[in-house]
Design a protein around this ligand. Structure first.
Ligand code: 13P
Length: 288
């Protein structure tokens, strides 16, 4: 199986983005991978520290291996928003393909130092590393009732991005361009700062750029961001909403139903629906 880098380079050359879809449960994985198989799309399965603590690092790796073999599909596993070298080392040792060190809340110097340490360890083992410069201002998947305000000082500064990329030698860079984790209650987030993305891209050249907080982002902005140079887009909140909402309704509407294999297939379908739309939007169908 070709490495994640091969597909990221393909995305850069051909102008599409690869979706990272987060999970913490097998039914979600069935929905994500099932749809990717149908659409012949490369995909990245993501687990945050919390998600992988629940699911198990070794278990996630074993599942990726089984599914890759069964479907002969480029499925990659990324440790999303790792907060320490130690945790990312565990994920690398377990067999993750990619790791993301999120030092975005640290002073730049410290972010650079720890990211360098991660890169040194990861690259020895052929693992791809994502770093992050600029803050998203939110930590987890939430529905914001108030209009979400992006703080100007949190946006990625092109000069800092360039310095970070040069010094750390990361493979991918997550940027803060008006994106945030979660969605606004209206379901449509404020517009991305495409001007900031253009400026970062102009400075950083061929580094792969990552858009976090892909849920709820206006679709035209996503398309434009891919054209400018985003190669990976992370989705979590919309998957969680679809999955949990479906389960909640199914169990409430039918309190006597206790058999998981009878009520879970619908929850799986709701995940498939989200993945179907995102793969269509990202343009990754048929790119295996
Ligand atoms: P959303 O929850 O907004 O989709 O963001 C997911 C994400 O960026 C995971 O890293």
């Amino acid at each position: 199986m070709k490495k994640a880098r091969y597909y990221l380079e393909k995305a850069q050359k051909e102008g599409f983005a690869i979706g990272q879809f987060n999970f913490s449960d097998f039914t979600q994985v069935k929905g994500i991978v099932g749809k990717a198989v149908e659409l012949k799309s490369p995909i990245i399965l993501g687990t945050s520290e919390g998600e992988s603590n629940f699911f198990g690092l070794e278990e996630a790796v074993a599942l990726r291996d089984v599914l890759r073999k069964k479907f002969n599909l480029p499925i990659f596993l990324n440790l999303d928003h790792g907060k320490s070298f130690e945790y990312l080392k565990q994920a690398i040792d377990a067999g993750y393909d990619m790791v993301h060190f999120d030092g975005s809340k640290l002073p730049l110097e410290e972010n650079i130092e720890i990211t360098k340490q991660v890169v040194k360890y990861a690259h020895k083992k052929g693992v791809t590393v994502e770093g992050e410069v600029g803050r998203l201002g939110t930590d987890s998947s939430t529905i914001y009732l108030e209009k979400f305000e992006i703080k100007e000082e949190y946006l990625t500064k092109p000069d800092e991005a360039l310095r970070f990329v040069k010094e750390t030698k990361v493979d991918l860079l997550a940027v803060s361009i008006g994106n945030f984790h979660g969605i606004e209650a209206s379901g449509i987030d404020p517009n991305l700062r495409l001007d900031v993305l253009r400026a970062v891209k102009a400075k950083t050249g061929n580094i792969f750029l990552v858009l976090h907080g892909g849920s709820g982002t206006p679709e035209d902005d996503i398309k434009e961001a891919i054209k400018i140079g985003i190669e990976k887009i992370n989705i979590n909140t919309e998957l969680r909403l679809a999955f949990s909402g479906n389960l909640r309704r199914a169990l409430n509407n039918n309190p006597e139903e206790i058999t998981p294999y009878k009520f879970l297939p619908d929850a799986q379908k709701s995940v498939e629906g989200v993945v179907n739309r995102k793969i269509g939007l990202f343009g990754s169908a048929g790119r295996v």
